[in-house]
Design a protein. Structure first.
Length: 470
């Protein structure tokens, strides 16, 4: 009876949310329903654990979830998922609420859930998925996660269960779960034109198994590439079970099992998401490379990852990153460095406001190698955002940048940002900042574009009024 009360109350809340604003409420109804029945997720009926996949890890959960869902649906499968990104227990409960009957029965071909890496054990206790995909475990959200080895230890009890693991072959923490585990599918990415090495002196990482040094042959992403522990047997396999090969960023293609795929986003860190998705849909649903490739051509991810903004005679290339780890920041640095043209670099590394107290830890910038970027043709650097702008400027100075090329603004005010961009002689502008700052910039430009039209309409109306008066 408690479950039914929670179920009906949650459905009623979803009904209200749909009337008020359908874009809201990704976890609200589940959160409130769980207060009535804290074990609610365990009480839904009709869910076959063999059809349930959890996607967890530091980076790439949302993209992998969206892509896997897209491929499955494009091939006629029904899927229950938390595509809104609410990846705690309440988000899973909300998704099941939306797709269940009034008695709590859920019917679908597959159940694919993005799950927060720290809370996956809690979710697993109520919904024992038979398959888990681990993208990577890296530095992230130090306020609540501490260090990645803490999260690694949290996940270990679940990973030792009799489940099927989809593991990133070239990420040391994820790959180490394959040791002493029988049901493992690995995915990886072949060396490509954007692969890189770091200068001596940059930190590698400790092996999660024996805590000795991990040695990388090269990096496809920061902290991800062919590796070996200098002490124990933790290492990447020479060939993953599913391998992205023949990566062509210019023509936006790659191959898996000899099949040519179109690349929805030609950004290096996306390649592991692509490899993971191909592995999952084949093993989980029997969808081969050819059918998966057809779905890739129509995939569109959550907006705001890499966008172009036109401002006067300038092109602003906005790169959205998760501002709490070095992996995506390093990729963006590499993208800017490989542009041979003259450029302005705007870095809005910001205070982290994920939870109280807010903090300004900028370790991720110091883990990254800026040397190729600073050796290139950069006209000027603009460091903005409250407080963190000074740390960002110091990071550039430590890399050898002349302080006279650096401008600092202790603000995220868009007028200040545009004013500084106006001063640049180059029209090639790169920008890294929070999504909300970019959206404010975008909104301001749209308003400016609308003003001439409104003024013209006002003049036409005024002329018509005069004509009527005459």
């Amino acid at each position: 009876m408690r479950f039914l009360l929670a179920l009906w109350f949650g459905k009623f809340l979803n009904f209200l949310i749909n009337i008020i604003d359908k874009s809201r409420g990704s976890n609200f109804s589940g959160e409130k329903a769980l207060r009535i029945d804290p074990q609610m997720v365990a009480h839904f009926k009709g869910i076959d654990p063999e059809k349930v996949l959890f996607i967890t890890g530091t980076n790439g959960k949302s993209t992998s979830n969206n892509l896997i869902n897209h491929i499955l649906k494009a091939n006629g499968k029904t899927v229950v998922s938390n595509l809104e990104g609410a990846n705690l227990l309440a988000g899973v409960a909300t998704s099941l609420l939306k797709h269940s009957s009034l008695t709590g029965k859920v019917t679908a071909d597959f159940y694919i859930f993005e799950t927060d890496e720290r809370y996956l054990p809690i979710i697993y206790r109520q919904l024992p998925a038979a398959s888990i995909l681990v993208t990577n475990l890296q530095k992230d959200q130090v306020q609540r996660n501490g260090d990645p080895d803490f999260i690694y230890r949290k996940l270990q009890p679940v990973m030792k269960q009799n489940i099927r693991l989809f593991l990133n072959n070239e990420e040391p923490r994820a790959k180490s779960f394959a040791m002493d585990h029988d049901r493992v599918i690995t995915y990886g990415v072949e060396k490509h034109s954007e692969s890189f090495r770091k200068k001596e002196g940059y930190p590698s990482m400790a092996c999660p198994v024996c805590h000795h040094r991990i040695s990388f042959d090269y990096y496809n992403n920061d902290g991800v590439g062919p590796f070996r522990c200098t002490n124990c047997g933790n290492q990447s396999s020479p060939q993953a079970d599913y391998m992205v090969r023949d990566v062509d960023f210019e023509n936006r293609t790659f191959t898996v099992d000899g099949e040519i795929f179109s690349m929805p986003y030609n950004i290096p860190y996306m390649l592991y998401n692509y490899a993971a998705a191909v592995a999952v849909v084949k093993e989980l649903a029997g969808i081969g490379a050819a059918d998966a490739a057809k779905a890739f051509s129509t995939f569109r991810n959550v907006g705001g990852r890499f966008e172009i903004l036109k401002y006067k005679d300038k092109t602003i290339k906005y790169m959205r990153i998760k501002q709490e780890n070095p992996e995506t920041l390093q990729t963006c640095i590499n993208i800017m460095a490989r542009d041979p043209g003259r450029k302005m670099v705007c870095l809005g590394l910001c205070p982290l406001v994920d939870m109280i107290p807010h903090y300004t830890n900028t370790f991720y910038a110091f883990d990254c190698d800026f040397s190729e970027l600073t050796a290139g043709d950069v006209e000027k650097y603009f460091c903005f955002s409250e407080r963190v702008c000074y740390d960002t400027a110091n990071r550039l100075i430590y890399e050898g940048v002349d302080p006279s090329k650096i401008t600092i603004a202790d603000t995220e005010d868009v007028d200040t940002i545009f004013a500084e961009i106006d001063k640049a002689q180059t029209d090639n502008i790169y920008m890294i900042t929070w999504l909300h700052t970019y959206e404010h910039m975008q909104k301001k430009l749209h308003l400016q574009d609308a003003e001439p039209e409104e003024s013209s309409a006002a003049r036409r109306s005024e002329q018509a009024d005069k004509g009527e008066a005459e």
